[in-house]
Design a protein around this ligand. Sequence first.
Ligand code: NAD
Length: 252
Amino acid sequence: MITLEGKRAVLTGAASGIGRATAELMAELGAAVVVADVDEAGAEVAAGIEKAGGRAAFVRTDVSRADDCARAVATAKDRFGGLDVLFNNAGIIRRSTVTEITDDDWDLVMAVNVRSVMLMSRFAVPLMEAAGGGSIINTGSGWGIQGGARAVSYCASKGAVVNMTRAMAIDHGASGIRVNCVCPGDTATGMLAEEARQLGEPAEAFYADAADRPLGRIGQPADIARMAAFLASDAAAFVSGAVIPVDGAGTA
Ligand code: NAD
């Protein structure tokens, strides 16, 4: 039922974790993908997709910079003829309270997690309008829906992404552009290891209570990728403005 044949997609944060899994799945389902990431490892992700018979291009992109975002979106037009899907997925975390966080870290989290969604979408929307519509998928978080300890900037940023999703869905629906937000729960990526490092805990601590989770495990990147691919597809034609936890009932 789900195909992305003929779709052109830009995915941020696609060098690793959830973004990488989604780029690979979208390519497998027929989309041409632009892998946009500040990490040059994205070049290997794009090369791997091409080797497997898909179409991909890597653009080194710092999503907090408008010129980089413009170049990432322009690559979809130049290489693949237009843009149908935008996955706003790049993100970072700082594990700190309001009394611990520095001004610079606050600004960085907001720039990478929130301003990026505005910048990428600003450049993507005109191309989607030209294509007669499109799908924007934002990566929120369970911590955009509920609070979490010692992650105040991250929780604020993901709350912003959740409500930006609704505002954008209203603004651009008449152009045939759907905007949705996927909210992962704990997912086995480099971000979890980075959180453990910041908190000075062993990475295994984040997996230890898996037995207490409703489905008995944390998420894998492929769990999130499948939801993003569905939202990108025409099978989700009437899904817009939705905030969808993909967390094994974690927020339930
Ligand atoms: P990850 O660290 O594997 O991937 C994040 C990617 O974003 C990396 O490839 C990194 O290079 C890239 N990135 C960071 N700063 C960037 C910048 N300035 N410009 C461009 N790219 C940049 O982690 P992940 O878990 O795959 O994270 C993907 C998204 O999922 C993030 O938005 C994250 O907040 C969200 N999320 C993750 C979890 C989890 O438990 N892993 C839970 C909820 C939400």
